[in-house]
Design a protein around this ligand. Structure first.
Ligand code: GSH
Length: 222
C-alpha cells in the first residue's frame, strides 16, 4: 500500500521536532516546510490555514490537517505505531496520557524563557522577575519528574512511548535555562533518548542549531 503524502510544517528546534522524531521512529517518509519565528514566513506563508494559532508544528497527512504536537503524536501512534502508545484499558494508559500532556506544562515554561531571553529585541526589555519566576517553575517541573522517574529506562515501565518523544524536545531546550546537574536521573534519561537512532536522524535533518546563541542563559539581576 502506498503511504499518504505527509508534510510537516516546522520551525527547526521547535516542538515540531517531536513530530519529526516520531516519523523517523515510524520509518515514514515526509516533507518538511520550514518557517522562521520572527520573520514574515509564519504570518504570510499560509500557516494560518493549517494551524488555528498559526503555530508549528502542523501536519498534512493526505487530506487531513492537524496542529498541536501532542494531538499529532497521539494520532500518528494510533494510526501508524501502536507500539509507542498505550490503548484504552492498558494499565499504563493514565500515566501515558499524564506524561504526554505534562510535556506541555514544561514546554510552556521553556516558551516563556525563549520569549524573554531569545526573541525580545530592543527597545523591548526582558523582565528579570518573569524570567526568575519561570525558571523556578521550570526547575520545579523537572524536580517533580526526577522524583518520579523510577528505575526504568523511559517514562513508562513498559518501555519507550510517545510520551518520551513529547519530552525529548523539552529536554533538549531545558539545559539552556536550568543547570540540570541536580537531576542525575533526568540527565541519564536524556542520554537514552539522544542515543536513539531516530532521534539522531531527526536532529541531523534539522540542520545546525541556530536558535540559542550561548550554552546557558542565567537569570538576570533584578
Ligand atoms: N501546544 C502547541 C504549541 C505550539 C507552539 O507554540 N509552537 C511554537 C514553536 S515551539 C510556535 O509556533 N511559536 C510561534 C509563535 O508563538 O508565534 C503544540 O504543542 O503544538
Amino acid at each position: 500500500m502506498t503511504q499518504e503524502i505527509i508534510r510537516v510544517h516546522n520551525v527547526p528546534y521547535s516542538r515540531g521536532f517531536r513530530v519529526l522524531w516520531l516519523l523517523e521512529e515510524l520509518g515514514l517518509s515526509y516533507d518538511v516546510v520550514n518557517y522562521k519565528i520572527g520573520d514574515r514566513s509564519m504570518r504570510e506563508g499560509g500557516l494560518d490555514a493549517l494551524s488555528p494559532a498559526t503555530r508549528v508544528p502542523a501536519i498534512e497527512i493526505g487530506d487531513l490537517v492537524m496542529a498541536e504536537s501532542g494531538a499529532i503524536v497521539q494520532h500518528l501512534i494510533e494510526t501508524h505505531g501502536p507500539q509507542f502508545g498505550r490503548p484504552v484499558g492498558d494499565p499504563e494508559r493514565p500515566a501515558f496520557l499524564q506524561w504526554l500532556h505534562y510535556s506541555e506544562t514544561m514546554a510552556s515554561l521553556v516558551e516563556q524563557l525563549n520569549l524573554n531571553h531569545v526573541f525580545l529585541r530592543p527597545p523591548a526589555k526582558p523582565s528579570a522577575i518573569v524570567i526568575k519566576l519561570n525558571t523556578a517553575r521550570l526547575r520545579q517541573s523537572l524536580a517533580g519528574m526526577e522524583a518520579r522517574l523510577g528505575n526504568h529506562d523511559f517514562l513508562l515501565p513498559g518501555g519507550f512511548s510517545g510520551a518520551d518523544i513529547m519530552m525529548g524536545f523539552n529536554l533538549y531546550a531545558v539545559p539552556f535555562y536550568v543547570d540540570c546537574s541536580e537531576f542525575p536521573k533526568l540527565l541519564a534519561y536524556r542520554k537514552r533518548l539522544e542515543a536513539r537512532p531516530a532521534y539522531q536522524t531527526a536532529l541531523a535533518k534539522e540542520g545546525p542549531q541556530e536558535f540559542y546563541d550561548r550554552d546557558f542563559y542565567p537569570v538576570p539581576e533584578e
